[in-house]
Every structure is written in C-alpha cells, then in structure tokens.
Design a binder for this molecule. Structure first.
Ligand code: HEC
Ligand SMILES: [Cu+2]
Length: 416
C-alpha cells in the first residue's frame, strides 16, 4: 500500500530532479572537473532531498515516506509476521553468503593458472546425503513457525465482533453482523475532495487517496472477525498494520480476523485489481477505546433510527428532489457529472429519454438492475426512498422539467 504514496513522492522527486539536473548541466564554469562533478552531484542530491521532504510526510497507521520495512505491527499476528520475515531473511542471507563464499573461494583457490588439476571422482554419497539432509532440516525449521502463524491467522473462532466487508466497484460496504453495534450498516467511499485532487492531477496531504467518508470503526483489544465478499468483481480487504489481507469474492464468503493492540487510525486499500477505479477504494479503520466505541455505536443507532425511511411515506416533489440532490452528489456525480452531461461512454441524464419518460418503471429498472453489463452499476443497496429521490431529482433538474414524482412505494413494488 505504501507503493502509491512512495510512487507519488518518487514522481515529485523525479520531476524536480530533472529540473535541477538541467540547472546543474548549465554550470560549466568550474575549472576543476572533479570539483565541478562533486558540486553538481551535491546540488542534485540537495534538491532531491528537499523535494522529498516537502512532498509528503509519514501517515501514522498508513504508508511512510521511503518506507523500507513492513509497517509497524498493531496486532500480534502482524508482529509474528514481522518476526518470520526477518527470520527467513536472515536464514536466506546466511545461506547465500555461505554458499557463494565457498563457491568463489573454490573457483579462486583451484584455478587453472596456479596449476590446479581437476579431481576425477564422479560421485560422493557423503556429499549427496549432506546436501539433502541439511536443506531438509532448514526447510522444516522454517516451515514450523510459519505454519503456526498461518494457522493462527486463519482461526476466526470466538470473535467478539463480526463485520461483513463487501467490495463494490469502487467502495466498501460494512455490515455489523454480530457483537456490539449489530445492525449497523454503511458504505465507505473515498472522500470526494481526494477524488477531485486526483482528477486535477494535484495530490496533496499525507493521506492522499486514503481519506473516506465513513471509516470502519472497531473497539481496541477485541477480536474482530471480518467476513469478506463482493458484489461485482474480486476485491481484497487488506490492512498492512494488522497483517491481514483477504480476497473478497462475489458469491463466496471468506474471513479473516484482527485484534488491534492500540487505538488510532489505520489504513489499507483494496488489493485486488478490480477495474479502472481500483485506486479509489481505500480502507480506513478507526480503532477506539471500549467506551468511545460504545458512544459511537449509540450515536450511529440513533442516526439510523432517525434516517429509517418509511417506504410508504408519500413525498412532495420539492422535498424528494432535495433529498435526491444529496443522493446524486454522493453516488452518481462521479460518473454522470454534476451537470448531468456524462462523459464518453457514460450517458447523459440531462435530456435522456429514459429519464424524461412518463413510464417511471423504465428508470427504476435501470437503477435497480444497472445497465449494459454493469457499466452502469445497480443501486439496489440504496433505500427505496433514496432511489425514488434520486430519480425524482434527475427528472426535475437541468433541462429536465418533467414535473414527475416517483414515490418510494413504486421502487419497493419494482424490487421483487
Ligand atoms: C460508475 C459510473 C456510474 C455511476 C456511479 C452511475 N452511473 Fe448511471 N450510467 C453509467 C453508464 C456507463 C451508463 C450508460 C450505460 C449504457 O451504456 O447503456 C449509465 C446510464 C444511466 C442511465 C440510463 C441512461 C440512458 O439514456 O440509457 C440512468 C438513468 C443512470 N445511469 C442513472 C444513474 C444514477 C441515478 C446514478 C446514481 C445513483 C448513476 N447513474 C450512477 C455509469 C454510472
Ligand atoms: Cu477493489
């Protein structure tokens, strides 16, 4: 996950590096070539380091600038993964050095130019037994601790909290299935200001493309089981600081778990290439103390109750269109644009026949089922009221002045 950030820093550096290199190339007045070279290199490196420092800073719980090691572990499993990583690395390095040392020593010591004659034996049982037995023992030594951690990381039993994470193109849905907070359910989308920065090619801030509207909130020190699945294509739920990464596959459920050792904000991203906006579905996990978590759950439950839409409610056109404007801004504007004009293969809604049609069923069907193999996604996860509202909004905005109103009950009836 740090790849994106480092890529960004790297990009910023290489742009300004080229510039400073040009500057350096124009400095031809040094008489001493060595001095000249040194000062050129000095200016080059100085400018490079300066830009790197300005471009981005470490994001606690997320990627760090010029990060080399794995991100700091926040769970026991991640800690053990780090240990394994270094354990394997050291074994490999020792073997590498030992094997190549013997090899190069032998090549050098027994070279032909000092008159060495090759031996004539063709096989040696002793050597064969040794080079089979030693690696075998090493492999077992490596496999035992690795298996232990692998099995522990798959043990999702006895969770305190179970949350379902659903991958959508391109956002995450979180449903609290069991434990404190049961019944909560929301969608987590990239913050629209970050989307705008990306579109403008002007990245800013340390959490670039990692900021979401609704983070996944969990309590500290409790075992959280995350069930993953997907709505369209394969996604993957991954948070490096927790040492978890689990594919989210349509039609299947998989699971993983974590127990965060400290409170704070931790970041991840979808880690399965899932289409053109793969880079825009970050994961933000907010770990709260037990009390703060309870407070959060209570507040969310209250909000949920207040928001619970009665699909039988009959709305006035203005109220429903106003509600629809919000639904549109949050879900549709990214593709269809605020102007309703669309772009390229994204059809315009302003003046569209389906939208203007007096037969409401047509547009309701497009929203519930999607269109053109999902290039227009289905929106059945929105409530009846939200769908009715956004349709009403599109029917009465821009140049569309149909005066038509679609009530939630019509959407509910079309759902079956
Ligand atoms: C991921 C991009 C995307 C998003 C988000 C999106 N749409 Fe679409 N939409 C499309 C594309 C692409 C088409 C054209 C499909 C086709 O080729 O038939 C389309 C088509 C439509 C159509 C049919 C237009 C016609 O003339 O056939 C309607 C109506 C529509 N979208 C409404 C919405 C609404 C309302 C929302 C928000 C709830 C929304 N769309 C969100 C991409 C999107
Ligand atoms: Cu994805």
């Amino acid at each position: 996950m740090s790849g994106g950030k480092q890529g960004l820093a790297w990009f910023a550096c290489s742009v300004s590096s080229t510039e400073s290199w040009n500057l350096v190339k124009t400095m031809k007045n040094f008489s001493n070539p060595l001095l000249s070279l040194l000062s050129r290199v000095g200016i080059f490196v100085g400018a490079w380091a300066a830009t790197a420092a300005y471009a981005v800073n470490d994001l606690p719980g997320g990627p760090a600038v010029n990060q080399l090691n794995l991100p700091p572990a926040v769970t026991k499993i991640a800690e053990e993964q780090h240990w394994l990583h270094w354990f394997m690395m050291i074994i490999c390095t020792v073997i590498f050095v030992a094997v190549f040392a013997v090899m190069f020593y032998s090549i050098w010591k027994h070279r032909k130019s000092v008159g060495h004659k090759s031996a004539t034996f063709t096989e040696s049982i002793t050597v064969e037994v040794i080079w089979t037995a030693v690696p075998f023992v090493i492999v077992i030594m490596m496999a035992l601790p690795a298996t232990k951690v692998l099995v522990a990381s798959k043990d999702t039993t006895n969770a305190d909290l179970t949350i379902k994470a659903t991958g959508y193109q391109w956002k995450w849905g979180y449903d609290y299935i069991k434990g404190e907070g049961e019944g909560l359910s929301y969608i987590s989308t990239l913050d629209s200001s970050h989307r705008a920065m990306s579109n403008a090619g002007k990245p800013e801030g340390d959490n670039y493309l990692l900021k979401v509207d609704n983070p996944l909130v969990v309590p500290v020190g409790q075992k959280v089981r995350v069930i993953t699945t997907a709505n369209d294509v394969i996604h993957a739920f991954a948070v490096p600081a927790f040492g978890i990464k689990q594919d989210a596959i349509p039609g299947f459920v998989r699971d993983t778990w974590f127990r965060a050792d400290k409170t704070g904000d931790f970041y991840g991203q979808c880690q399965e290439l899932c289409g053109k906006e793969h880079a825009y579905m970050p994961i933000h996990v907010k770990v709260l103390s037990a009390q703060d978590y309870s407070v959060w759950v209570d507040a969310e439950k209250k909000k949920l109750a207040a928001k619970a839409d009665d699909p039988a409610k009959v709305w006035a056109l203005d109220d429903l269109a106003k509600r629809g404007e919000k639904v549109y801004a949050a879900n549709c504007a990214a593709c269809h644009q605020a102007t309703g004009k669309g772009a390229g293969p994204i059809k315009a809604l302003d003046g569209a026949a389906v939208v203007l049609d007096a037969d409401h069923a047509k547009q309701i069907a497009v929203l519930l089922n999607g269109q053109n193999n999902g290039s227009m996604p289905a929106w059945k996860q929105l409530s009846d009221t939200e769908i009715a509202a956004v349709i009403t909004y599109t029917k009465n905005n821009w140049s569309n002045k149909t005066g038509q109103i679609v009530q939630p009950a019509e959407v509910l009836a079309a759902r079956k």
